[in-house]
Design a protein around this ligand. Structure first.
Ligand SMILES: [Fe+2]
Length: 334
């Protein structure tokens, strides 16, 4: 009798557990395109806080995106956390990413919301105008990235045409302004003697060294220099409100359509958007938080300033890197 009672209690507990989602047989499988050193402490926190076990496959975002497309409905992944927007747009387009609950999008700014609602941004990095304040006064700065082709800036601008972030920006310019205008801008920059650098860090260094007066890197590179030397002689600011030169490049996360672990997957996204995780991104690596008002980083622009500066682009449409590379080749930049 006592044994039967025990069995009944056990059955009820098991049933309750699976209904409530607490009896989790399989770990939450995350394909992660962000770096392990950045992500690991967060995953540990999530496991500790929720009791949900996580298994992570790390890799380059582009390689994981290809794997997900190849695996299709057979994938073991529940969650895909991608470094950039192109991979997420592809997941939405192929419907390998499931629609997310509306509630997740509360308090998320426009720059972090794709219209598909099949993924959500977790943080953002921006493009920005960096300059040498000893040679260019703030009031003389160009209002738009399109102004950089003016004779005034001949031979004075630095850029990095082979860099991934620059190419993501060109893809966004094509989406916002069309291929013809983008190609004309690229050709105009080249004709105006824009100096080519291999990536963002040397652009910022060249500003300090007096090689150039303006540059278009991502926002966080200057902050690295300033962390070592607060007097580092370079400044930066956004172009005018909504200019494509202020593109916010987001990292984000989606849940696979075939996931049988969606409750846990949504809890993981809620966790990434929660204050401790958002603070970790913004204070730790100087990215912009995707959730409004949770974490102010004094080295960054405020939520309000960023929301004003950010151009309106359809995030789901920023996938055509091939088309961008083709334009860059036609202009002779790569
Ligand atoms: Fe970077």
């Amino acid at each position: 009798m006592r044994q039967r009672l025990f069995m009944i209690v056990l059955c009820v507990l098991t049933a309750l557990g699976s209904v409530c989602g607490t009896a989790q047989a399989e770990p939450l499988v995350i394909y992660c395109g962000r770096s392990k050193s950045l992500v690991e402490p967060l995953i540990e926190q999530f496991e500790k806080r929720t009791g949900i076990e996580v298994a992570v496959r790390y890799g380059k975002t582009s390689a994981l995106a290809l794997a997900l497309q190849a695996e299709g409905s057979k994938t073991k992944a529940d969650v895909f956390w991608a470094q950039d927007v192109a991979a997420l747009g592809a997941m939405a387009k192929s419907k390998l990413a499931a629609p997310l609950p509306n509630g997740l999008f509360t308090d998320i700014p426009a720059w972090a919301q794709p219209s598909s609602k099949r993924w959500i941004a977790t943080s953002g990095r921006t493009r920005i105008l960096a300059y040498a304040p000893s040679r260019v006064s703030k009031s003389d700065l160009p209002g738009s990235v399109f102004d950089l082709t003016k004779p005034k800036w001949k031979g004075k601008v630095g850029w990095a045409p082979t860099n991934g972030s620059f190419q993501a920006f060109v893809t966004a310019m094509r989406e916002a302004h069309g291929d013809a205008k983008t190609k004309a801008w690229l050709a105009g920059m080249k004709a105006n003697g824009a100096k080519v650098y291999p990536k963002n860090t040397p652009i910022v260094q060249a500003l300090a060294d007096g090689e150039i007066d303006l540059g278009i890197p991502n926002h966080y590179y200057l902050l690295r220099f300033k962390a070592k030397d607060p007097k580092f002689p370079v400044a930066q600011q956004f172009f005018k409100s909504g200019d494509i030169g202020n593109l916010v490049m987001v990292s984000g996360v989606c849940v696979t359509t075939t996931s049988e672990n969606k409750v846990a997957a949504h809890r993981f996204i809620e966790f990434l958007l929660s204050e401790p995780a958002q603070k970790y991104f913004t204070l730790g690596v100087n990215e912009y938080p995707a959730t409004q008002g949770v974490a102010a980083n004094p080295k960054l622009s405020s939520d309000a300033e960023l929301n004003k500066a950010a151009p309106k682009v359809e995030l789901d449409s920023l996938q055509d890197l091939e088309g961008t590379l083709k334009l860059l080749r036609e202009v002779g930049l790569i």
